[in-house]
Design a binder for this molecule. Structure first.
Ligand code: ZN
Length: 278
């Protein structure tokens, strides 16, 4: 009960899907369970989660659908391969999940694996299409540890504050007000690059949490940016579709030439003398 009845529902093209899943699983590697489990929150922590969530048999039956029966698994949280721009799944419209699917083992497991994958990257958000799954699910977390290494002025300018781990499923986003903010943004699926991306400063998002319960959040600043970025992923949109394209840079060159400069100055300085960038 509650299992994804048809895994074919989540593929975006039979051949591509099979290939991606095969690559995905073949590049899994195992890690310990302790940190990931403890970070998941009260609902799922504790010893009785082990049987329910990390059942070897359930995982095996799942794997057989992917035709990868030889995969070794002993119920540990795994890091997933993050696909890069060009993979068709990043351009697909992801499908919604039912409540039954959300609470089923496969999705609960995916959430755990995505959480660990995001932390390891490290990143502040990760959407299911980035790990090859065209599902409307993303994980978000902006950890105190990541923020503590940044200057206070930068945190203030970006309105960046810690955001506890949470999961957004089937989100609906509303941009609030006309305020926008321009900042350099990156993406784990465009590894090694960055660009200035204008985003709404404030948003409201209605979504289902990892229990399938309806939630709503109003966010501003960097958190609002994260939400917009992740929800874009669920609609096949990447930041390069929204960026100030002339600011696109490798991270190395960003460090060499652009780091620390006021973003507005950068955008205006790079403007085509014949007209605005956009
Ligand atoms: Zn991204």
């Amino acid at each position: 009960m509650g299992r994804l009845k048809k895994l074919s529902d989540i593929r975006y093209g039979p051949e591509q899907y099979r290939l991606t899943r095969a690559k995905l699983f073949s590049r899994f590697w195992e890690i310990g369970t302790s940190t990931g489990l403890q970070a998941l929150g009260s609902n799922e922590s504790g010893s009785d989660a082990g049987e329910q969530i990390f059942s070897e048999n359930k995982f095996r039956s799942n794997i057989s659908l992917f035709e990868m029966p030889e995969i070794q698994d002993n119920g540990k949280i795994m890091r997933l391969k993050i696909v890069q721009a060009g993979e068709p799944v990043l351009r697909a419209q992801a499908r919604q999940l039912t409540r039954e699917e959300i609470i089923a083992d496969e999705i609960q497991r995916l959430i755990r694996d995505m959480h660990e994958t995001m932390r390891d990257a490290p990143g502040v958000g990760l959407a299911a299409p980035q790990v090859g799954m065209a599902l409307q699910l993303a994980v978000i977390e902006d950890r105190e540890e990541l923020l503590s290494s940044l200057p206070a002025e930068e945190l203030a300018e970006k309105e960046r504050e810690p955001v506890p781990f949470h999961v957004i499923i089937n989100p609906e986003i509303t941009l609030l007000g006309d305020d926008t903010a321009d900042f350099y943004e990156g993406c784990l699926s465009l590894s090694g690059f960055s660009a200035v991306v204008p985003r709404a400063r404030r948003v409201r998002v209605a979504y289902l949490d990892e229990q399938g319960e309806p939630q709503s959040v109003e966010a501003s600043g960097w958190y609002a940016r994260i939400l917009q970025h992740e929800i874009d992923h669920l609609r096949g949109t990447l930041y390069i579709d929204r960026m100030e394209s002339r600011t696109f840079t490798s991270l190395d060159n960003w460090s060499r030439f652009w780091k620390g400069k006021p973003v507005r100055e950068v955008v205006e300085g790079l403007s085509d003398p014949l007209g605005p960038i956009r």
